[in-house]
Write a new protein. Structure first.
Length: 273
């Protein structure tokens, strides 16, 4: 069975990049593609203002320019559904939707608020992930260079930076990542494991053998992950996450949230549970 992709959008310019990523994944997975629109009561928004699925697929050469909506599912295997999220409790509404409509990955843009701005207004994308940590989420941050060519729809995932540690254990996250990438033809050779610390952690991999090829680097965790991602021109950072832990994390966000805000590429946050 194909995998289901959900795009969370508010019709902003930042959502265009997230749209291209979500649609390219849905095209590869050949299953359901949910467009979840977070309605802003202060703006008059229409679906017509957002990039259309058929128009984009035609530009990518996947269907003819005059193809009917029914041809998208018949030819490409993608079933598209548009859903309005009008509730004031957006994270709760998203969680309720994903429980009723099994979803493999959710894609969303984030503005990357920091400091006083974040404490005052928060980050909608981060709060949604914090409260719906039952599925992987791809964040497209304000500084991110995407892994999808918006003009052609091609996916490029040649370098995936995967930070690992004893806690949270990365094994379940690695398994979920492998399953997500399998339909895309992405091999494990794309994974680049790093551990920020003094010594290499002893982690048993999916094969039952110790996970090999872990590079040990030193420095502040978030800054080091971001530095290596830039130096290696990573196409994506895959972050195992157990959510927020303690008062400090609640105030400044988890390690994953801090990386998302300034990442030079999309970040895939994968719950470890």
């Amino acid at each position: 069975m194909g995998k289901t992709v959900a795009l969370l959008t508010d019709f902003t310019e930042a959502s265009d990049e997230a749209f291209a990523h979500a649609l390219a994944l849905a095209l590869a997975y050949k299953h359901h593609f949910y467009l979840l629109h977070v309605k802003n009561p202060e703006r008059d928004e229409e679906w017509s203002s957002f990039p259309q699925v058929r128009e984009t697929l035609a530009r990518w050469g996947a269907i003819d320019a005059d193809a009917a909506q029914s041809e998208v599912e018949a030819k490409l295997g993608i079933k598209v559904a548009k859903v309005e999220i009008a509730s004031e409790d957006i994270p709760g509404s998203i969680l309720d939707f994903t429980l009723k409509h099994p979803t493999n990955v959710i894609v969303m843009a984030t503005r990357g608020r920091q400091g006083l701005d974040r404490l005052r207004y928060g980050s909608k994308a981060e709060e949604i992930f914090h409260r719906t940590q039952v599925l992987p989420a791809i964040f497209i941050g304000p500084e991110a260079r995407g892994f999808v060519d918006k003009s052609k729809g091609h996916i490029r995932l040649e370098r995936i930076l995967f930070p690992v540690a004893h806690n949270p254990s990365p094994i379940s996250s690695l398994e979920r990542l492998t399953n997500l990438l399998a339909p895309l033809g992405i091999s494990s050779a794309a994974f680049q494991f790093i551990h920020v610390g003094d010594s290499e952690p002893q982690i048993v991999g999916l094969s039952g053998q110790p996970l090999s090829g872990i590079q040990v680097v030193q420095g502040p965790v978030e800054e080091t992950i971001l530095r290596i991602a830039r130096e290696r021109h990573a196409d994506m950072i895959a972050m195992p996450t157990a959510g927020r832990d303690g008062l400090l994390d609640a105030l400044r966000g988890s390690t994953t949230e801090q990386v998302v805000r300034r990442a030079p590429c999309p970040v895939l946050a994968i719950p470890t549970g």
